[in-house]
Design a protein around this ligand. Structure first.
Ligand code: PMP
Length: 451
């Protein structure tokens, strides 16, 4: 396939030539970081641009390119970059102290805002990240039930701690090197199928909790079947298994109250991060009082669940989080973002249909995902139902999918993998520019194959 190789090498050459400063930075980075990057998702061939500055829906790299940004702080920035209210709140706080080594009023105000928005958030405990939130939720569930295992779903992502690394990639028996066999054995990987969940729970009385991305795996790239969350709620309740919603992405994005509010289903514990802290580091576990209460028990009772963390509820994150939650609480932000995301998804689909490229843009709320699997009808999200779930999870394998992120970078659009998040800062122009960029990118990589 000489033509394929030509398109791929032409893309790589064009990108490398257009980004000499980012390339030099990447070479420096490769001498200090394994793989040259600081997050697995930034490993990219040949390298991602080095960003110097961001504002609103845009960011600019060292070589001066302007990108419409859909990475949006890995989903943390529903208000866009450098929102003035958040900048003010953080600037004010930085002068008052970045770590007070003591209680402070902002942490209480932050938790009160969370409680007002998230259904069933009877108690709140702050952490420093989403990973720490799912880690703490797992510990709380084990403590409450006296059982040792955590059940998670095939392909679902919950951060990088040992209990949740298993089962991310088809055929879902993967375990990260460095996770002990004993720990991996305590993680049960469930199929996204209620009968399968029912029999796993019946078979294994050691399961303390089931954790799920309520959007479906990878922020909704692999949607859940209709009624799945309701069915899962009933199955877990029947066996006193703690249901944990990982709302690190969906919290304050799927609605002001997150996925619970959008779907009308209640979890026992909810892991939060990202938008919670308005773009600064921060996470939380919230939920049923009796599950969180033992963190506050007196040490002498022996019931106390230990949980420390130097930067829990740190004042900068609290200030940013309060300012952010004040803006998102009435749902107007969501109405705008969701509408823009819908326009974007429809524009991208129209482009796939026009060009006859077997691709589909889909997603919920202010998120979009691209899929390029066999069986899809160009630009028709309904055709997703014809595609096996495992194929959706492995989407990067097809030639166009493998090259689209790079081709779009050359057109001034930064997706996070094959998808992204919108914010209130994305304008109609940004959306139009993105659709036009897709059109040009597809024209460039069309010789790679049918999809
Ligand atoms: N859960 C989900 C659903 C996530 O998407 C992420 C991060 N992308 C995490 C947990 C981990 O959060 P953090 O990166 O803050 O540790």
């Amino acid at each position: 396939m000489p033509e394929t190789r030509t398109v791929e090498s032409e893309l790589l050459t064009a990108y490398t030539e257009a980004n000499p400063k980012s390339f030099a930075a990447y070479e420096r980075a490769s001498r200090v970081f394994p793989g040259g990057v600081t997050h697995d998702s930034r490993a990219f061939t040949p390298f991602l641009p080095y960003i110097a500055r961001a504002e609103g829906a845009h960011k600019w790299d060292l070589d001066g390119h302007d990108y419409v940004d859909y990475a949006m702080g890995h989903g943390a920035l529903i208000l866009g970059h450098t929102h003035p209210s958040l900048v003010d709140a953080v600037t004010r706080q930085v002068r008052l102290g970045t770590h007070l080594g003591a209680n402070h009023l902002q942490e209480v105000e932050w938790a009160e805002r969370v409680r007002a928005l998230v259904p069933g958030a009877e108690f709140v405990r702050f952490t420093s990240s989403g990973t720490e939130a799912t880690l703490l939720a797992t510990r709380l569930a084990r403590a409450a039930t006296g059982r040792r295992k955590l059940a998670k779903f095939q392909g679902h992502f919950h951060g990088w701690h040992d209990a949740v690394t298993r089962g991310q990639i088809p055929p879902y028996n993967d375990v990260s090197p460095g996770v002990t066999a004993a720990t991996a054995d305590e993680t049960v990987v469930l199929p996204v199928d209620l009968d399968g969940v029912g029999s796993a729970l019946a078979r294994d009385p050691e399961i303390a909790a089931v954790i799920i991305e309520p959007s479906g795996a990878s922020a909704g790239a692999v949607p859940l079947p209709e009624g799945f969350l309701q069915g899962l709620r009933a199955l877990t309740a029947a066996r006193q298994v703690v249901l944990i919603f990982d709302e690190v992405v969906t919290g304050f994005r799927w609605s002001p109250g997150g996925a619970q509010q959008r779907y009308g289903v209640r979890a026992d514990l909810i892991a939060l991060a990202k938008i919670l802290a308005g773009g600064l580091p921060g996470g939380a576990v919230v939920g049923r009082r009796e599950l969180l209460e033992p963190i506050g028990a007196t040490p002498s009772t022996g019931r106390r669940i230990r949980h420390q963390g130097t930067f829990n509820a740190n004042p900068l994150s609290a200030a940013s989080g309060c300012a952010c939650l004040d803006i998102v609480r009435d749902g107007a932000v969501h109405a705008q973002c969701d509408e823009k995301a819908d326009t974007l998804r429809r524009g991208l689909n129209a482009c796939f249909a026009r060009r006859g490229v077997r691709g589909v843009a889909h997603g919920e709320a202010s998120r979009f995902n691209l899929a390029f699997e066999e069986g899809l009808t160009p630009g028709d999200p309904k055709s997703l139902r014809q595609v096996p779930v495992d194929a959706l999870k492995q989407q990067r394998q097809t030639p166009i999918a493998a090259n689209l992120t790079l081709a779009l970078l050359l057109e001034g659009v930064h997706m996070m993998g094959l998808g992204g998040f919108l914010s209130i800062a994305h304008s109609r122009d940004d959306v139009e520019r993105t659709v036009e960029a897709l059109d040009r990118a597809l024209a460039r990589i069309a010789p790679l194959g049918p999809a």
